[in-house]
Design a protein around this ligand. Sequence first.
Ligand code: FAD
Length: 456
Amino acid sequence: TVSVVLYTSDLRVHDHPPLRAALDGAQEVVPVFVRDPAVDRAGFAAPNRLAFLADCLADLDRGLTERGGRLVVREGDTVAEVLTLVRQTEADEVHMAAGVTAFAAAREARLRKVLEDDGRRLYVHDGVVTVVPPGDVVPQGSDHFAVFTPYYRRWSDQPPRTPLQAPRTLRVPPGVRSDRVPRRSDVADVSPALVAGGESEARKRLGSWLSDHGDAYEDRHDDLAGDATSRLSPYLHFGAVSAAEAVHRARRRGGAGADAFVRQLCWRDFHHQVLAARPEAAAEDYRTRPGGWRTGADAEADLAAWREGRTGYPVVDAAMRQLAHEGWMHNRGRLITASFLAKTLCVDWREGARHFLGLLVDGDVANNQLNWQWVAGTGTDTRPNRVLNPVAQGRRHDPDGAYVRRWVPELAGLDGPAVHEPWKLTGPDRAALDYPEPLIGLADGLDRFRQIRGIG
Ligand code: FAD
């Protein structure tokens, strides 16, 4: 018998329930990844992202080949390609990971229908993308938690799942046609700063980061210049390492740093369970708030300045330039830049979320849209009207100004925290600076936000 394993955002051989189930039930398996143009059309085609994905696919192919198999790659509509493949290989079953987006739900429903009409079965596995499957931990009377802290408490009480070993061997039926596995070198305009993708790299990074930096994480995770976070997000997004395994290994290590890291991974599950219950929250406000968003030429010009990292607020501009250059941004930078767009410039969070998704290697509908909504006050934050002050944030999380100087070379000549307030320079020093004035004063921005939201 033959089973197909359809890979989506789970590009690994370790801790992979669909692969395990397929091998338990069949003599031969066909691991397949479909390059579906619908995904690119949805705005997920940034060069850095495609290059990272290519690394992941090449490494997955290597992992499967080492075990006697290989990765089959096809291009086209996922459902049509899988149907062709099951017919060609006479496979009875298809195994895949459960997703949380509307796109994943629609794909799954279509696939189930065509397979069943063809006399075959689709098995959709939970616990592949998240640690705790969405819907497993719910409050009384609701299908999801809308507040993080009680979710975290219940999530932490769940019995831990031991990660599955990678299979030792597997067999792919002979003669299955595959497109060439993509390579990073196929992609143009990739940033030289882009890290290597793939399961091997993810596992190495998880191990070395936990042992070298895990203990300091609690104290240093907000240090913009220190860059002390794990940078595992792109690997977690593409499933090159399982979140369950990251939690398992962190818990085994123990300590305050590991606990803080596990808590962040719980945020990931939290947003996934919100989106699974409310897929429309990818585009619509999760909670309705008074007022709207600024529109028109001025708002457009502000949005363009924000995108390009020339708002006149150094820490905002530094973070936006890091995003453009690396396809990644520090979490503190994401919080500051998102708050600035949605609450100081009062521009619709959807504009910011779209820009992020277009550039982030870890760009993820659940994490991106729901973090944006959290910051914009339309999401799950229980203090929806808090506004981050970019100067205070810069002084606090980049006290020496090293992060700003790294990303905003125009300000590289300014020493220490003065870099956060270049407008305080006077005379020839100011005249010599090729850096914009702030788009709006912070007090004026706050007044405007309060007015729009009707806060007294
Ligand atoms: P670490 O601090 O090492 O954390 C470990 C892991 O925990 C991360 O890799 C991530 O998977 C998870 N995590 C950490 N913080 C969060 C969080 N707030 N929400 C959900 N998961 C979290 N994360 C994405 O993976 N994709 C996105 O598209 C994304 N967009 C964001 C947009 C905004 C406006 C904000 C405020 C946050 C966003 N995040 C997103 C969450 C977070 O910023 C990143 O996961 C984190 O910066 C990745 O760096 P790291 O791997 O070094 O994180």
